[in-house]
Write a protein that binds this ligand. Structure first.
Ligand code: GLN
Length: 197
């Protein structure tokens, strides 16, 4: 069984630990620099990316995480986790940094105040015919993708399709939170990537 570390400085860590285990991997909370070497995959939870950014630096996790991501560690980020994995960020807080690893430009809090939080059924071919209930909470969307990035799902807003689930090699990201719905197909897809990597 592969071991998947869930970054545990802030956010909905417990929900991801549960979803990773349901998908058949060993799930461990990741808080210390020394723990970064021991995992076969990384999950970055939903939460608040500005706080997560500060805490990964305070806990000396930033450099080891960036190094492993550059070396090809499989990773999955939901919502704030998508922001942390993005190479470029729009509407970031002053001085906000990401870890990077995913060749996308992400826009924070993109859906705005009117539709702060919402749910939508999305069809994601890679997960089979049954739609995914996508829960968006002050979510980002993907503004631009690099040439190696596959868009798995988009949300249509004001006549424009905005990607909300993407994959580049062994790195996955969603604007929404599959960890809160009890549908573990997204985590299953990720654990399968980790197993093959
Ligand atoms: N708006 C948050 C941020 O910028 C993300 C919200 C979430 O993870 N649900 O980090």
């Amino acid at each position: 069984q592969p071991t998947v570390g869930v970054l545990a400085v802030q956010g909905d860590v417990r929900e991801h630990l549960r979803a990773v285990e349901a998908a058949g991997a060993i799930a461990v909370p990741l808080r210390r620099p020394a723990e970064v070497e021991a995992v076969d995959g990384l999950v970055i939870p939903g939460g608040e990316s500005t706080t997560m950014d500060k805490l990964v630096r305070i806990f000396d996790l930033r450099d080891p995480l960036v190094a492993r991501l550059r070396a090809g560690l499989p990773a999955y980020g939901s919502c704030a986790g998508m922001i942390m994995l993005a190479d470029r960020i729009l509407d970031g807080h002053r001085d906000q940094q990401t870890l990077g690893g995913l060749d996308i430009t992400v826009r924070r809090n993109a859906f705005g105040r009117q539709v702060d939080s919402f749910e939508e059924d999305l069809r994601i071919r890679e997960l089979g015919p049954e739609p995914v209930r996508a829960v968006f909470i002050r979510a980002p969307w993907v503004e631009e993708v690099g040439p190696g990035v596959h868009v798995l799902a988009s949300v249509h807003v004001a006549d424009v399709d905005h990607p909300v689930a993407v994959r580049e090699g062994n790195v996955l990201a969603t604007s929404f939170h599959p960890e809160v719905t009890g549908d573990h197909r997204f985590h299953q897809l990720f654990v399968d990537l980790v197993r093959r990597a």
